[in-house]
Design a binder for this molecule. Sequence first.
Ligand code: ITT
Length: 192
Amino acid sequence: MRLVAATHNPGKAREIEALLDGHYEVVTAGSLNLPEPDETEATFTGNALLKARHAADLSGEVALADDSGMSVAALDGAPGIFSARWAGPDKDFGFAMRKVEERLEEIGSDDRRAWFTSALAVAWPNGPAVVVEGRVDGLLTFPPRGDRGFGYDPIFIPDGQTQTFGELDPALKDSISHRALAFAKLKAALID
Ligand code: ITT
């Protein structure tokens, strides 16, 4: 069966395909030239539903969307749903990661706790939708380390590991990440 991955982020699309493990033929919203909707909701789940519904209604096919981000405890959960927007129009995550470090320096905090959230939504064309959320906790480290992931991966060490998501084997990230946990919940929600 074909599934539209309602994302224009290649890093995410790669992980979604790996997590679906060949069970679906994945086509991305980008490859179908579907426009990106404005993410106008105030929560991860709200934006995931918005993106999945938008892609399903426009394509006429079942669509899966991920809305995700990194939240920093000492910054009251920022950047959170604004994680992509902190990187600016050039999608410069080196800049976004420096911004996180600078904000922590500004407030003089040595609290390095952070977490990633992934909300996954599946929508049927002009029909129902399901949404779930996964979270992984960890600690921030500066300067960034590793180039195997995407986004904020080089500054995030998940609990129980010594390497950042940017350094870890992608298969290991895919077994413990916020996205992996959300996928497990999605499977349970669709099957049970
Ligand atoms: P789409 O909306 O097209 O899917 P996007 O990148 O704009 O792409 P989001 O609005 O959900 O997606 O932004 C999430 C941002 O959070 C993303 O750009 C990454 O920088 C960051 N992020 C999410 N999951 C991540 C992960 O597993 N590792 C590193 N950074 C992640």
